[in-house]
Design a protein. Structure first.
Length: 125
């Protein structure tokens, strides 16, 4: 089998030095980029979005825009007044839905000005 002694010979201080320089290098890179991403823990992020309009994109491509009613410890999502979009095209109102956690690719909050634009577009049609 593989020789496991190699891993035991690593100096813990060296390992720490490598990881800490990596994380500081990563922070420097992200702060230089125009869109610096700030890591956010998922549970507080989801809790802060409950009661607001969100867009959930599934791994399979469809998107759901609705009012985030609740989130459980598995991060299953309950949405109300839900609209379904496939390939960016509106495909219908679904009302109240539950999305099982493992289907979710990402979730984002909808800025309030974006909601107003959508409402204006619906009036035009």
């Amino acid at each position: 089998g593989p020789d496991l002694r190699v891993s035991r010979n690593l100096n813990p201080r060296e390992v720490h030095r490598k990881t800490s320089s990596f994380s500081s290098a990563r922070l420097k890179v992200s702060s230089q980029s125009p869109m610096a991403t700030i890591p956010v823990n998922p549970k507080p992020f989801l809790n802060n979005l409950t009661g607001k309009t969100v867009i959930v994109k599934l791994k399979w491509g469809m998107e759901y825009k609705g009012f985030l009613v609740s989130v459980d410890s598995y991060m299953n999502l309950q949405l109300a007044n839900t609209e379904e979009y496939i390939d960016g095209q509106f495909t219908g109102n679904l009302g109240e839905i539950l999305i099982r956690c493992n289907n979710v690719l990402y979730l984002r909050g909808v800025p309030e000005d974006e909601e107003i634009e959508d409402a204006e577009q619906e009036d035009v049609q």
